[in-house]
Design a protein around this ligand. Structure first.
Ligand code: DQA
Length: 152
């Protein structure tokens, strides 16, 4: 199977189902559905499609990454707290051939010291963090550039 050059997998990890309600001073008042909509609205004129999955279970994210191999062109992932310790997600992403954008609403480097370690960053093409919900637009635009896609 060859990857669909228009298909981008948007993954959201643990606790991100609570966005809008969870610590709004840090993560804002928009829901995850709002952010997925931002990604889709950005992707459509670029000829890209977004497949999305949120899970609080590491295994679901690992299996989604496996399922993206030779099927999706790129992955955008906000792993939530898995960012800081999931070597399973690290290894799964390392086995994915296309661009990987690590995404965070907040800027973990400006927060508690334990958030300064990302085990995902070493296997990401790049990281977008600290721009709130606008990060979803920026991440899709970054993927489009990495895939060599231009607006239609
Ligand atoms: C987060 C940052 C992580 O440190 C945190 O555990 C999250 C959200 C963000 O989007 O800012 O759950 O990934």
């Amino acid at each position: 199977m060859t990857a669909d050059p228009t298909l981008v997998l948007l993954l959201s990890g643990v606790n991100l189902n609570l966005l809008g309600d969870r610590e709004p001073a840090i993560y804002g008042t928009e829901t995850l559905a709002d952010h997925v909509e931002t990604a889709r609205t950005t992707a459509a004129p670029l000829g890209l499609r977004i497949e999305d999955l949120q899970s609080n279970a590491e295994v679901d994210l690992v299996e989604a990454i496996h399922g993206a191999r030779r099927r999706c062109a790129a992955i955008i992932i906000n792993p939530g707290a898995f960012t800081h310790y999931s070597w399973a997600i690290h290894d799964a992403l390392a086995a994915f051939d296309g661009p990987v954008v690590e995404l965070h609403l907040s800027n973990p480097d400006a927060r508690e010291p334990w958030r300064r370690t990302s085990v995902v960053a070493p296997v990401a093409t790049g990281t977008i963090s600290g721009f709130g919900g606008d990060g979803y637009r920026l991440a899709v635009e970054a993927v489009a550039r990495l895939l060599g896609v231009s607006p239609s």
